[in-house]
Design a protein around this ligand. Structure first.
Ligand SMILES: Nc1ncnc2c1ncn2[C@@H]1O[C@H](COP(=O)(O)OP(=O)(O)OP(=O)(O)O)[C@@H](O)[C@H]1O
Ligand SMILES: [Mg+2]
Length: 374
């Protein structure tokens, strides 16, 4: 028998499940006939091993039935083992983790002005005080607020290979568009910054080793947020909302967006939940304050009083977060000290570490740390 005879024999073998033979499918890659030995190399690009095995057996049987060959060698070619290229191309591109950064945590909100930047800064400071290496990145390119909240504005150094060195403030590495939008910033960073800011802020800033990089996102669930979350592998997101918005689709939209990009929502923070009123009475002893609808108004022996007015419906945060299946990380009241600390450029956790509201921020930071390290 010669090569053509063997080929004719193989034309009688149909591919399993088809009425077409393996030769016309192009599965016979090579045939070598050498005296009484034959070798056939098959190229089968299926990933189904049982079909490959069935073809190998059928070829062996046909060759044996000729009673011509003493040695029969049927093998699969290398290409036959690799999956078809289309399957490889279909694999989705993984968002890249940033080298040296353990956890990237996004602080997001559906609406603007709910206190996102204030929360991000206080959480970052609290994590720093707990001994972690922390970076804080303000991604709000049109309304950067980090320079105000942290009370400083300096131009970051640009290295020879055009990388930015983050600034140091309160023990953290910080970066904001606000630091580089000034006139003396090299043009190389000004122009393309807006369009390529996402990539530059991550790839072209020398963050170094960090336990946490906290992202202060611009408000909304638009393209910026989505692109960002697709480009980076974030460990988690926290959503800041106010009591009157929490029941709206706001939080749900944010939660849905992060779920879409496989970023766990670590929880919701209800900001401006209730109003703290504090004051000082002078004059008589044994004063009692009675305000309708307010319980627990306490006046100490020096006439100092403090109480909370729940401006919006109380408890919305807890019920709503339960309904959405994300924990309520904390409730922060409206507090004049928070506003003052913004004006003074020193986050509350640093300026008033013993205030009850600072304790809430610290507890939120603890919860985030626990959620990401358990
Ligand atoms: N709990 C609070 N009590 C009192 N004032 C607050 C509280 N939280 C935030 N603020 C004040 O509200 C203002 C807006 O806060 P912040 O800039 O953090 O909001 P934001 O959500 O980041 O806004 P934007 O959407 O513009 O980025 C600031 O002046 C801040 O000091
Ligand atoms: Mg902000």
């Amino acid at each position: 028998m010669n090569k053509q005879d063997v080929l004719d024999l193989l034309k009688k073998i149909n591919y399993p499940g088809f009425s077409r033979d393996i030769v016309s499918f192009g599965m016979v890659e090579n045939i070598t006939v050498d005296g009484n030995s034959v070798s056939v190399v098959l190229k089968i690009t299926t990933d189904k091993d049982d079909k490959k095995q069935a073809v190998l057996e059928a070829v062996n049987n046909v060759l044996q039935s000729t009673n011509t060959f003493e040695q029969i060698d049927v093998t699969l070619s290398e290409q036959g083992h690799t999956p078809p290229p289309t399957q490889q191309q279909q694999a989705p591109a993984e968002p890249s983790p940033l080298e040296g950064i353990e956890h990237i945590v996004a602080v997001a909100s559906g609406k603007g002005g709910v206190g996102k930047s204030t929360v991000a800064a206080n959480i970052a400071v609290a994590l720093t005080q707990q001994g972690h290496k922390v970076g804080l990145l303000d991604l709000d390119i049109y309304g950067p607020s980090l320079p105000i909240i942290l009370g400083f504005n300096e131009n970051p150094e640009l290295t020879q290979d055009k990388k930015l060195v983050p600034l140091n403030r309160y023990g953290m590495k910080v970066m904001s568009f606000g630091f580089i939008s000034g006139n003396d910033t090299p043009a190389i960073w000004r122009g393309p910054m807006i369009s390529r800011m996402t990539e530059q802020f991550f790839q072209d800033v020398i963050w170094g080793e960090l336990d946490y990089l906290i992202l202060d996102l611009p408000p909304g669930t638009g393209d910026v947020q989505l692109t960002l979350s697709q480009k980076l592998r974030m460990s988690g997101a926290v959503i800041v909302t106010t009591p009157q918005d929490i029941a709206l689709s706001d939080v749900r939209k944010g939660a849905d967006m992060f779920r879409k990009v496989q970023t766990p929502v670590l929880g919701v923070i209800e900001n401006m939940s209730g109003l703290i009123i504090e004051g000082q009475l002078s004059g008589g002893k044994d004063v009692k304050i009675d305000i309708s609808g307010i319980e627990n108004v306490t006046v100490d022996k020096d006439g100092h009083f403090k109480f909370q007015v729940d401006v919006f419906k109380k408890g919305g945060g807890a019920t709503e977060s339960e309904r959405l299946g994300v924990p309520l990380l904390g409730e922060i009241p409206i507090d004049k000290e928070i506003m003052d600390s913004t004006d003074n450029g020193k986050p509350l956790v640093l300026s008033h570490p013993d205030s009850p509201v600072s304790h809430v921020y610290v507890k939120i930071a603890d919860r985030i740390h626990t959620a990401l390290n358990s």
